[in-house]
Design a protein around this ligand. Structure first.
Ligand code: KIV
Length: 262
């Protein structure tokens, strides 16, 4: 999947399905399942590293995981999620760090924020690095917003989001993630924009959807947001398997004769 093909989906009304992945094993499974776009999300701070939020994730962490995913994929579009403070300080630093993602194997990067990030988007796209925007609930601003809350419910907040997506589109993003906002607002933004909108907790009218892999597989159950549909129950399967393994080691039924060398 290349950027022009990704964008063509909107023109022909074909929905885009995106999922996060953080390592080679899952990246391979995602691609084998026929999904063509992988986001190496900074959500790995929570689901892989065990932190309460994404703020402690570093460039080195993200590059490490991006390399693993890029190495394992054949044709999927790999998008690297720029971590907190890797693009906020200056346009120059944003550009340098975006370049490091490309060198690690990502074909594009994602940054959070609206109008204030337009100059970063312009600089990166001018240098040939495709950028995905991300507005609405932006987890890297959790200290300012005071928590993970639905955005755009009031007229003023909704108007600010409209201005944000317009600025991002003008600056050259190839797509925009809309996170946690009323479905009607996401619908209007989707109609307003010529680039695809990718929803997460933003209802069914977006041009595509993105979910955190561990949420959709039922692996991460510390907190399951309303918008997540667990398509599998891998945590309970893993628990059962591990308990059985322990029981069978303790009872002496593992390993059996066929699992032993002679
Ligand atoms: O980090 C992440 O996984 C994300 C998506 C959920 C949009 O930003």
């Amino acid at each position: 999947m290349k950027i022009p093909e990704f964008q063509h989906h909107k023109q022909v009304g074909k929905k885009l399905t995106i999922v996060t992945a953080y390592d080679a094993m899952f990246a391979r499974i995602v691609e084998q399942a026929g999904l063509e776009v992988i986001l190496v999300g900074d959500s790995l701070g929570m689901v892989v590293q065990g932190h309460p939020n994404t703020l402690t994730v570093t460039m080195d962490d993200m590059l490490y995981h991006t390399r693993m995913v890029a190495r394992a994929t054949q044709s999927a579009l790999v998008i690297g999620d720029m971590p907190f403070m890797s693009y906020q300080i200056s346009v120059e630093e944003a550009l340098r760090n975006a370049g490091r993602f490309v060198q690690a194997g990502a074909a594009a990067v994602k940054i959070e924020g609206g109008q204030i990030m337009a100059d970063r988007v312009r600089a990166m796209t001018r240098m040939g690095i495709p950028v995905m925007g991300h507005v609405g609930m932006t987890p890297q601003s959790v200290n300012q917003s005071g928590g993970y809350k639905v955005t755009g419910k009031g007229a003023e907040d909704a108007r600010r989001i409209v201005e944000d997506v317009k600025a991002l589109e003008q600056a050259g993003v190839f797509a925009i993630v809309l996170e946690c906002m009323p479905a009607l607002l996401a619908k209007e933004l989707t109609e307003l924009l010529s680039v695809p909108t990718i929803g997460i907790g933003a209802g069914p009218h977006c041009d595509g959807q993105v979910l955190v892999l561990y949420d959709l597989l039922g692996l991460f159950d510390d907190f399951v947001p309303k918008y997540v549909r667990p398509y599998a129950q891998l945590k309970s399967e893993a628990l059962q398997a591990l308990k059985r393994y322990r029981d069978e080691v303790e009872s002496g039924t593992f390993p059996a004769d066929r699992e032993s060398y002679h």
